[in-house]
Design a protein. Structure first.
Length: 578
């Protein structure tokens, strides 16, 4: 059978869409499971297809699938409903299947109110989906009662079958990297904690299952061979089993994988040995859920971590050259000026190098949602409104909306205004073998201040000065390519081209074939009017198309027709090769 899996768009536009623009890793596992059984599977990432009904209809008609399966987190449920309606418009007989936590938690609501949805795969979906597709293929859309882990309508009434047991050995699942290429990977499923704002406890029942380190490293190696060199490790808590984490890291090193990656952890389960091996294996960022500087707020959210554990995790993570990113939630029950000030104090003490601030949302499947329904006598039909979520402050008369928005500004200002000092006061482990990693860490951070996300944020002061100092510090530790390049460009921006040339000349001693360094020094020579020297560097080694174009402009200015023809030939050959 031909199955199309869809990652739908959210109802509201995103300021940052990194959390929704990537198809969930579960879709790749589902599709791979069905491919192994002989089915034809396509994954459509329609996270940015809002208001593109014509294009979606055209694609569905072209693919002509037998089944449309739509992944629902929660904010994208209306997008999923739109796509279900579109599919039914094209082919009313085609089954539309929903899955994912956003469908699992409100299965009765969806089946009762949206006839476009024929069935919902509940929770962990590989085995349920495999059985469902087989049943549809052989018997049509009937005899569904025997399929565990499924919800559907019988005589118009929503019902669900027996709960399906979890897959105990995750390595029995077919590796999605055999069929697809992706950057968001996962080495475990589940989380043992019980945070009040999270749906994981209800989905995974606070159990955790793991891929073996060999399975995971093999997957990374296969993806790396496909051209992927940066990964987001999506485990709820990657560092849960220390020996396994170290085994994965050593496996990455032994396989000589030239990759970088980011992970999610918890402040009370990292230590120096874990951080050492993670950094050696290419980890550049760890995100920690801090949530609040107020111990009282953290207790309300059932986030059982202490200030001491938070301080220790951020200090150690930075010391090993890994960027610690903090998640903060504001607008929680009992939030006030005092608790926000506690968060501000904590930010200034731990010095995160990245931070994301969320207003507390209430989502189905969480303890906060259950409490909300009890307090107001609501049921799941509240989601008939065209809304993505419910913010906690909207349900609590004791909390003023204007104050909550002001609290967010206060938190962001505290972080952004202090960020340069956080970067300047980094204390890195004085370990010779980590020097190249520290230099890479500092130069990457410098690039962020100079040209990346932080360069565009007005509230951050002294961005250029901070970047220059970070590049300079990196080069005292190790001859880092990015630091040479970044520092030279900063001097170029100031019009100090002689200084930029001196920096690049030092860099070329270590990286003589770098087209980026050659291009950079060529630009400085060009700005100084030394066009022959510029052409020499623009055409050195294996020049980029941009460098050749610069060289051609210089040759034209010099009136050197023969050289122009030679460079034009190189440009033509490069374009043809592309």
């Amino acid at each position: 059978m031909k199955i199309v899996f869809v990652n739908p768009y959210c109802l509201d536009p995103r300021i940052q869409d990194h959390d929704v623009r990537i198809p969930p890793i579960g879709l790749y596992y589902l599709a791979s499971t069905l491919i192994q059984l002989g089915h034809d599977c396509t994954i459509l990432n329609w996270s940015s297809m809002q208001n593109q009904q014509g294009l979606m209809e055209q694609e569905l008609r072209r693919l002509s699938p037998d089944i449309v399966a739509i992944s629902i987190l929660h904010a994208n449920r209306w997008g999923g409903i739109d796509i279900a309606r579109l599919s039914k418009k094209i082919c009313p007989e085609r089954p539309v299947i929903f899955g994912g936590p956003g469908a699992t938690f409100v299965w009765q609501h969806l089946l009762a109110n949206f006839q476009e949805i024929d069935a919902i795969v509940m929770g962990e979906g590989e085995n349920t989906m495999a059985e469902l597709v087989q049943t549809i293929e052989t018997k049509g859309f009937s005899d569904l009662e025997s399929i565990a882990g499924l919800a559907f309508r019988r005589h118009g009434v929503p019902q669900k079958t027996a709960e399906r047991p979890f897959i105990q050995d995750l390595d029995t699942l077919p590796d999605p990297s055999l069929h697809f290429s992706f950057q968001h990977v996962i080495s475990s499923r589940g989380c043992p904690w019980n945070c009040a704002f999270c749906g994981s406890p209800k989905i995974w029942r606070r159990t955790v299952r793991f891929h073996s380190s060999n399975y995971f490293v093999t997957q990374l190696a296969r993806l790396n061979k496909q051209g992927q060199n940066f990964f987001f490790v999506s485990d709820d808590t990657f560092t849960l089993k220390k020996d396994r984490v170290i085994s994965i890291c050593k496996g990455i090193i032994d396989a000589n994988l030239s990759i970088e990656w980011a992970a999610i952890s918890r402040v009370n389960i990292v230590d120096e040995e874990i951080l050492y091996w993670m950094r050696r294996a290419g980890c550049i960022q760890i995100s920690y859920g801090v949530e609040s500087g107020s111990a009282r707020i953290r207790k309300i959210l059932n986030k059982n971590i202490t200030d001491k554990e938070i301080h220790r995790a951020f200090r150690l993570t930075k010391s090993y050259g890994i960027m610690p990113r903090a998640y903060f939630i504001y607008g929680s029950p009992g939030e006030n000026k005092e608790t926000i000030n506690e968060s501000v104090k904590l930010i200034k003490k731990i010095g995160p190098l990245g931070a994301i601030f969320y207003i507390l949302d209430i989502f189905p499947g969480t303890r906060l949602y259950d409490d909300f329904k009890k307090r107001f006598g609501k049921d799941d039909d509240i989601w008939l409104k065209k809304i993505e979520d419910i913010m906690y402050f909207e349900t609590d008369p004791k909390i003023d909306q204007k104050k909550i928005l002001k609290y967010g500004k206060t938190l962001r200002k505290a972080f952004y205004s202090s960020l340069p000092s956080f970067a300047m006061n980094l204390e890195l482990k004085n370990t010779p073998e980590l020097a190249p990693y520290h230099a890479a860490f500092l130069s990457r951070l410098g690039m962020t201040f100079a040209f990346g996300d932080y360069s565009r944020i007005r509230q951050i002061p002294n961005k250029s000065e901070t970047a220059i100092k970070l590049f300079q510090r990196a080069l005292t530790m190790f001859p880092d390519h990015r630091a040479f390049l970044g520092l030279a460009i900063m001097y170029q921006k100031k019009g100090e081209h002689l200084e930029a040339i001196q920096i690049i000349q030092k860099g070329l001693r270590h990286f003589p074939h770098s087209e980026q360094l050659c291009g950079c020094i060529g630009v400085s020579y060009m700005n100084l009017g030394k066009l022959k020297e510029a052409i020499h560097f623009f055409t050195k080694g294996r020049p980029s198309l941009q460098n050749l174009q610069y060289a051609l402009n210089c040759a034209k200015t010099l009136g050197n027709r023969q050289l122009c023809l030679k460079i034009e030939k190189q440009i033509k050959e490069m374009n043809q090769a592309c």
